[in-house]
Design a protein around this ligand. Structure first.
Ligand code: ZN
Ligand code: ZN
Length: 916
């Protein structure tokens, strides 16, 4: 086979199919868009699912792409294979060519053969193919495919094998599109068989050894499986192929495993450099090296697609993979963070094709480094905690760490079980691993229960799928579904096509009913790209009548399946009936509020990049009527100066009254022209770009499908409400525009005016008046303090007369009135000074609580009198405790009523010590 770099393999695949009439589409993001049933994109076909289901019309009949995929189910065990097996990866790419009702088996097979043996010059005698033959007998043999392998290719006759349902029949799920497939395998030679010694091993295709590698699967979708399991032939037949990109690259480079290709080698080399390992040391630690390489690719691509480490769903998957890589690095001896450096290498390998990675480089590196640092800190905290845990257990005579504790370390501090096990072993402790697993299972069950999928029980979806199909079949809905006119209109005259009540289709509804309404066209925006849905009214007018016959209040919009916009609301008047004309009216004021916030979000994004730097990337946004929320990557908290500068320059852009323009263009063209593509958006090859600024020099260009103002002046006024952290190098700004911003300012100024009235100053002087007031208060506090001291001094003079003699020692015991804790201590100083040699115990009620100070001069300490023990005894009598040095000690108690009683104990206590 021809020797190629990974990039050449990918490009030649795409070029080959482009020259055969295919449109090359970009990879969908790893975060599936509009498919809540899927955690991460895990196959090339994900982004075309709705074409196969007939929910959406394909834009092109022939498509080819390289698709980013991730396969991790979220279970730790699935990761264990990574690094140990040569071909098991978390992140990988699939190359695919697709026909949506266009060409079929003949071309798919011929082209596959042409690419492999022609363009790539694979040795024909090394290639094998498999064709479906039903082992259950129902469907027979795929004679069509079998025939084409013979007429369209020159594959060796005996290299075409027949195979059953397990390997050669593909289906999307228990129901839905399915069909036979034809796999292509590559024979690497008998020397690659790792099971020659196994007596039961037959060395053949699908024989489960390392000799035969499946490189390509051609799926021919021709049936639809219904709920009863019956296969219905599909009117339109499709081709769906998937090629293992990493594997083919490995074959092309004569690499033993995927890790020896240029898709992994630079990462492994960089790791080796950081560690200063010899080739032999690398071999000894091969699994760790490979885990780190695999995981670096996965985390770079995940963050590149906007996933941020967290505790749920795909965010958790990222955190888990990142921490696993960090831990393997630590084991190898990499101190501190290193994954950011490896991410740079990954971006170098893949950035030329996946240009998003280059553009988001700063963001990717920041997020990875911060999470890694956080993890290292958590590990340190966890280690300290584990030490305490072990010490406590040892004190109790135990030698096993309970599973619940091990799990708490794992769950709260990301402290992996094997690390707990290692540390425990060093201290001759064991870990209750069964208990740990039990706790882990419980947590998983909880996680499953809280997975937030909006509707997406497929059964529930079926109602909408059928509804859409019906309406299209009756010609009442076009192939693209409900016409959405929300970008240009706020009111549309149309027809009520269907009504649903409690998920069931009905022809009419009554006042008070909660309904879902489908119209032929709608001006209502359906939540997307962070912008919330419109609300408003659907009304049925007759003739010139002013009052509607019926009315539905629209509270929410949703799109359960592509092309089917559904108005969710309540009948507030009359009896709506399907097929009646309807006027759909968006709440215009609310729409304008939303549009202001949306346009302001674009301005904010652009000004943040201008003021803080190009590393600022949008990490999420919410555009609602009352406020906007914008999450972006930035390493530190914004200073007040930065916040002010951002707010000022957004308002400058508002005042400049720049025009907004939208333009439809090709995705590549848009991105090349400098438009910003956002995370979490699926962009077709055709996109809409919103530009702000003068025509030749827009300063903001974003791919965006939302609704906007006409010119920036419409925003009115922009006000930042808060700036906070949402973790891992991501900041959040909340802001308001237009009416809410105005209301806010009004309210704040009102508060200021009221304060001015109370202060008896002008509003402009409020700050000065408050400062003056604070100054006066401070002076008063000082004065009060001085007066207290004076009073204490007077009281002190009176106390001198109360000194008694206990066995020749001067003892003063008294309750004082005017004391704070501080003057109490001071008084004992004065007494010691004046008396020279004495025992002094003073009590006072401070803030409802009894309080004591005891002082013993040094000469008496030598005779065994200790302030600490004295005060302790005294305090015990009032239900308290305390202590201190032999010369000075303090105590407090609870019961103030027994203060005098407690003090009365002192002479006896002194006497007792002296008589010993
Ligand atoms: Zn074998
Ligand atoms: Zn936008």
């Amino acid at each position: 086979m021809k020797r190629m770099t990974g990039a050449e393999v990918r490009q030649s695949f795409l070029d080959f199919f482009a020259s055969r009439g295919h449109t090359i589409v970009p990879s969908a993001p790893l975060v599936p868009v509009g498919d809540p049933t899927l955690l991460l994109t895990n196959a090339g076909m994900n982004q075309f699912k709705s074409y196969f289901l007939g929910l959406e019309e394909p834009r092109h009949a022939r498509v080819a792409d390289a698709q980013k995929c991730m396969r991790v189910s979220g279970h730790l065990n699935d990761l264990e294979e990574v690094g140990r097996s040569a071909f098991h990866h978390t992140f990988f790419e699939m190359l695919g060519n697709w026909s949506f009702g266009d060409y079929y088996k003949r071309e798919a097979i011929r082209w596959a053969w042409e690419l492999l043996t022609g363009t790539w010059a694979m040795e024909k005698d090394r290639l094998w193919s498999t064709v479906f033959q039903d082992d259950r007998g129902d469907l027979g043999t795929d004679e069509e495919a079998l025939g084409y392998w013979q007429t369209e290719t020159d594959i060796l006759r005996d290299h075409v094998l027949l195979s059953g349902r397990k390997d050669n029949f593909w289906s999307m799920g228990p129901t839905g599109p399915c069909g036979p497939c034809s796999e292509i395998h590559y024979d690497r030679g008998i020397e690659y068989c790792d099971k020659q010694a196994a007596p039961s091993h037959t060395c053949q295709v699908n024989g489960d050894c390392r000799r035969f590698v499946e490189i390509w699967n051609l799926v021919f979708i021709q049936y639809n499986r219904d709920a009863a399991g019956e296969l219905e032939p599909l009117p339109a037949r499709h081709v769906d192929t998937g090629m293992g990109f990493d594997r083919v690259t490995a074959l092309s480079q004569g690499a033993e495993t995927n890790y020896e290709t240029d898709l992994f080698q630079p990462i492994l080399l960089r790791t080796q450099q950081m560690l200063g390992h010899s080739a032999e040391q690398v071999r000894q630690n091969l699994v760790a090296y490979r885990v780190i390489a695999d995981h670096s690719r996965a985390i770079t691509f995940l963050v590149g697609d906007g996933v941020i480490p967290g505790n749920e769903g795909r965010n958790y998957v990222l955190r888990m993979i990142l921490r696993r890589a960090a831990r393997f690095g630590r084991k190898l001896g990499l101190a501190g963070s290193f994954l950011g450096d490896l991410a740079q290498v990954v971006i170098e390998i893949f950035g030329a094709h996946y240009t998003d990675l280059r553009r988001r480089r700063e963001f990717v590196l920041n997020v990875i480094r911060q999470e890694e640092d956080r993890f290292q800190r958590a590990l340190d905290v966890g280690l300290a905690l584990l030490d305490t845990m072990i010490a406590d257990l040892r004190a109790k005579g135990e030698a096993c760490i309970p599973g619940a504790d091990a799990f708490r370390l794992y769950d709260t501090y990301g402290f992996p079980l094997d690390l707990t096990r290692d540390v425990a072993a060093e201290q001759a402790f064991s870990v209750d691993e069964a208990g740990f697993k039990h706790a882990l299972e419980e947590q998983r069950a909880r996680a499953r229960a809280t997975q937030q999928f909006v509707i997406q029980d497929t059964k529930e979806l079926e109602v909408y799928v059928r509804l859409g199909e019906d309406l299209k079949a009756q010609g009442r809905l076009g192939p693209d579904g409900v016409e959405n006119m929300s970008r240009d209109m706020v009111e549309v005259e149309t027809t009520l096509l269907a009504l649903l009540r409690a998920g069931v289709r009905v022809t009419a509804a009554r006042e008070g009913d909660e309904v879902e309404a489908v119209l032929a066209a709608t001006p209502f925006y359906v939540e997307s790209g962070g912008q919330v849905s419109d609300t408003g009214k659907l009304a049925h007018f007759v003739g010139e009548e002013e009052e509607p016959r019926w009315e539905i209040e629209v509270l929410e919009m949703r799109q359960p399946v592509p092309g089917l916009a559904v108005h969710v609301g309540r009948v507030t008047l009359g009896r709506p009936h399907v097929d009646q004309p309807v006027t759909a009216m968006v709440d215009v004021d609310r729409r304008m509020d939303i549009a202001r916030n949306h346009s302001a979000t674009h301005l904010l994004h652009s000004e943040l990049r201008y003021i803080l730097g190009e590393h600022v990337q949008q990490a999420g946004s919410l555009v609602a009527p009352e406020r906007l929320r914008f999450d972006f990557s930035h390493g530190s908290m914004l200073t007040q100066d930065e916040i002010d500068a951002v707010e000022r320059s957004v308002n400058d852009a508002v005042l400049a009254n720049y025009p907004l323009a939208t333009e439809e263009m090709g995705y590549q063209e848009a991105v090349a022209g400098g438009a910003t593509a956002l995370f979490g958006e699926k962009y077709g090859d055709h996109v809409r770009v919103v530009k702000i600024g003068w025509e030749d020099e827009p300063f903001s260009q974003e791919l965006c499908g939302g609704t906007h103002v006409m010119q920036t002046g419409d925003i009115g006024f922009f006000r930042i409400l808060s700036e906070t952290s949402v973790g891992s190098g991501v900041r959040r700004i909340e802001a308001a525009t237009g009416r809410p911003a105005q209301r806010l300012v009004q309210k704040r100024l009102g508060v200021l005016d009221a304060a001015a009235v109370h202060l008896g100053s002008a509003a402009d002087d409020v700050e000065r008046a408050v400062l003056r007031l604070m100054g006066e208060l401070h002076a008063k506090d000082k004065e009060i303090g001085e007066l207290q001291r004076k009073l204490a001094r007077v009281e002190f003079e009176g106390l001198l007369g109360k000194v008694r003699d206990v066995s020749g020692v001067p003892v003063l015991v008294a309750k004082v009135e005017t004391a704070s804790a501080e003057t109490l201590r001071e008084m004992t100083d004065w007494l010691r000074e004046r008396l020279g040699s004495a025992v002094v115990v003073l009590g006072a009620v401070i803030g409802d609580k009894p309080s004591f100070v005891a002082a013993v001069t040094a000469d008496l300490v030598e005779r065994g009198l200790k302030a600490g023990s004295l005060v302790q005894e005294v305090a015990r009598a009032v239900g308290g405790g305390g202590g201190g040095k032999p010369t000075l000690a303090q105590a407090g108690g609870r019961d103030a009523s027994r203060l005098e009683q407690a003090l009365a104990l002192v002479p006896g206590l002194v006497q007792e010590v002296l008589s010993r």
